[in-house]
Design a protein around this ligand. Structure first.
Ligand code: NAD
Length: 360
C-alpha cells in the first residue's frame, strides 16, 4: 500500500527524533511492502525563522492532503512569550489542532516490561503492569470557554472561566473511547465531577446513553479526585479512561509520570474529517537539542499508533512495539533512562538498534 505522511520536524530535538522515526517507517516499508512518501511541513519556531510566522498559510491544506501527520516537537526559548502571538510555536500547535478538528487526544501510558524499576510506584504495584489509553477531549471545555475579568464592589477583581460542553461534543469523544475499548480490554472509565458540576452531569448522562450501543464494553463512572488517587494506588485496574479537557490535561500527565520516562510515551490527536496527528508527549528539550542525546522511542511508538489507528495495520504496529521492547530488554538506553554506563547510546544509535531488531 502507498501512504503519504506529513512530517513536521519542528524545533529542538524534534528533527532528531523524527529522523529516527522515518528510518523505522522505511524499515517497516521494506519488511511489509508498503511505500511511504513524506511531505515536509514547516511549523513552529523553525517556520518563524523562515517565514516570520509560526503557522504559515497553507499548512493545514498540506497536512489535509496526507494520510497522517507526524510531529516531533515545537518551541524553545528563542521564540518565547515576549514575541508576538503569530511568531510563537504554541500558537501554531493550537491552530493546526483546531484546523484539523482534532477533538480527541489519545495517550498510551504503558509501563514497558524492561522498565519496571523506573516506575515511581511500589514494586508490587508496578509489577501488576500499566496499559492505559487516556482519551482526553481536546478542543472544548473550560480552556475554550468565555473568560471574564471585572471589578467587584468589596472583593477587588473577580475572574470567570466558563466550562461548557454540548451533548454532541461528549458523544463524539465518548464513541471514540468505546470503539478503542472494543479493540482493547473492553472497559471504559468515564471520569467526571458529576456530584458538583452540571457539565459533568451531562457528560455522565450522555456516556450512559451511548453505552447502550456498545454492549460488549463495561462502563464505569469515576469521580476525577478518585481517579487521581486510583492511578497511583492501582493503575492496572484501568483500560480506557475518557474525560473532558482540563481533567484530562492533569490526569494524562499523572498517567505518563507513573510509567517512568517522558521519552517513551506516544500520543495521537484524532478528528473525524482530517488526518490524525501523531507526536511524542515530550517537548522540544532545548537543553539537549543537537547533541544526539534525545530518546527517539516516544516518536517511534507514535508511528506505531499511526499504523494501528490511521492505517489499520496492527501487525506493523505490534512489530514496532516488540522491537522497542527487545532493545530495552537487552539493556540499551538513552541518557534519560536508567541503565549500565556501557549500554548508554545516543538518539541515532537507538534508532539503529530498533531498526535492526525490526529486520531480525
Ligand atoms: P520538555 O519535554 O521539552 O523537556 C523536559 C525535560 O525532559 C528536559 O530536561 C528534557 O531534556 C527532557 N526530555 C524531553 N524529551 C526528551 C527525550 N525525548 N529524550 C531525552 N530527554 C528528554 O519540556 P519543557 O522543557 O517544559 O519544554 C521545552 C519546550 O518544548 C518549550 O518551548 C515548550 O513550550 C515545548 N513543548 C512543546 C510540546 C509539543 O511540541 N507538543 C509539548 C511540550 C512542550
Amino acid at each position: 500500500m502507498d501512504y503519504k505522511i506529513a512530517l513536521i520536524r519542528g524545533d529542538g530535538i524534534g528533527p532528531e527524533v523524527v529522523q529516527e522515526a522515518v528510518r523505522v517507517m522505511d524499515t517497516i516499508g521494506k519488511k511489509f511492502h508498503h511505500n511511504f512518501t513524506y511531505i515536509e511541513v514547516d511549523l513552529g519556531g523553525c517556520a518563524t525563522d523562515k517565514y516570520g510566522v509560526s503557522y504559515p498559510e497553507g499548512t493545514a491544506e498540506k497536512c489535509k492532503a496526507c494520510d497522517a501527520v507526524l510531529l516531533g516537537a515545537v518551541g524553545g526559548p528563542k521564540w518565547g512569550t515576549d514575541k508576538p502571538a503569530e511568531q510563537r510555536p504554541e500558537t501554531a500547535l493550537l491552530a493546526i489542532r483546531k484546523d484539523l478538528g482534532l477533538y480527541a487526544n489519545l495517550r498510551h501510558a504503558t509501563l514497558r516490561p524492561a522498565l519496571v524499576d523506573a516506575c515511581p510506584l511500589k514494586k508490587e504495584t508496578a509489577e501488576k503492569g500499566i496499559d492505559i489509553m487516556m482519551v482526553r477531549e481536546l478542543i472544548g471545555g473550560v480552556y475554550f470557554g468565555k473568560r471574564g475579568r471585572y471589578e467587584t464592589e468589596n472583593c477587588g477583581i473577580e475572574c470567570t472561566d466558563l466550562m461548557a460542553y454540548s451533548e454532541m461534543e461528549v458523544e463524539r469523544i465518548g464513541r471514540r473511547a468505546f470503539e478503542l475499548a472494543q479493540k482493547r480490554g473492553k472497559r471504559v472509565a468515564s471520569v467526571d465531577k458529576a456530584n458538583v458540576l452540571e457539565t459533568s452531569r451531562l457528560w455522565r448522562e450522555t456516556m450512559h446513553r451511548i453505552s447502550q450501543d456498545y454492549p460488549d464494553v463495561t462502563l464505569e463512572d469515576v469521580l476525577v479526585d478518585n481517579c487521581a488517587m486510583q492511578l497511583v494506588r492501582d493503575p492496572s485496574q484501568f483500560d480506557v479512561i475518557v474525560t473532558e479537557n482540563m481533567f484530562g490535561d492533569i490526569l494524562s500527565d499523572e498517567a505518563s509520570m507513573i510509567t517512568g520516562s517522558l521519552g517513551l510515551l506516544p500520543s495521537a490527536s484524532i478528528g473525524s474529517n482530517a488526518p490524525a496527528l501523531y507526536e511524542p508527549i515530550h517537548g522540544s528539550a532545548p537543553d539537549i537539542a543537537g547533541k544526539d542525546k534525545a530518546n527517539p522511542i516516544a516518536t517511534i511508538l507514535s508511528v506505531g499508533m499511526m499504523f494501528k489507528y490511521s492505517f489499520d495495520l496492527p501487525a506493523e504496529s505490534e512489530a514496532i512495539e516488540k522491537a522497542v521492547d527487545s532493545v530495552l530488554a537487552a539493556g540499551w538506553h538513552t541518557a534519560d533512562m536508567m541503565g549500565n554506563a556501557d549500554q548508554l547510546v545516543g538518539c541515532k544509535k537507538m534508532g539503529s538498534l530498533i531498526c535492526e531488531a525490526l529486520e531480525n
